[in-house]
Design a protein around this ligand. Structure first.
Ligand code: SF4
Length: 108
């Protein structure tokens, strides 16, 4: 008797179609938006100063030392926030002690 043995070795190469995208996951940070810089074009146009006390009062005679972003009607944060959004500087934050020529008294 003859035994014929056939061995079929089937190598199944399993290609996993899983794409590893974990490394590409977008890191959605909750970091605060960047601060407005005095040198930003719209900041210059509005006479914005991060330190409002540095405002040129000759150029902006309506400026008063008591005025700052924190007590401006457009300031989007609480008066106690160190920085907050302002609609005049979309996507950025203004400093509480900053000032610009669009300052308007916040309603009491
Ligand atoms: S409009 Fe008001 S809150 Fe906005 S930058 Fe000027 S002073 Fe600050």
């Amino acid at each position: 008797m003859t035994h014929s043995r056939r061995t079929f070795v089937i190598q199944a190469v399993s290609a996993t179609g899983a794409l590893a995208v974990t490394g590409l996951a977008l890191a959605q940070t909750t970091a605060a938006p960047p601060m407005v810089k005095d040198t930003d074009a719209n900041a210059v146009a509005l006479g914005y100063k991060t330190d409002g006390s540095k405002t040129d009062s000759k150029k902006y005679p309506k400026y008063a030392a008591s005025q700052n972003c924190a007590n401006c009607a457009l300031y989007q944060g609480k008066a106690t926030d160190a920085a907050a959004a302002c609609p005049l500087f979309a996507g950025k934050q203004v400093a509480a002690k900053a000032w610009c020529s669009a300052w308007a008294k916040k309603a009491a």
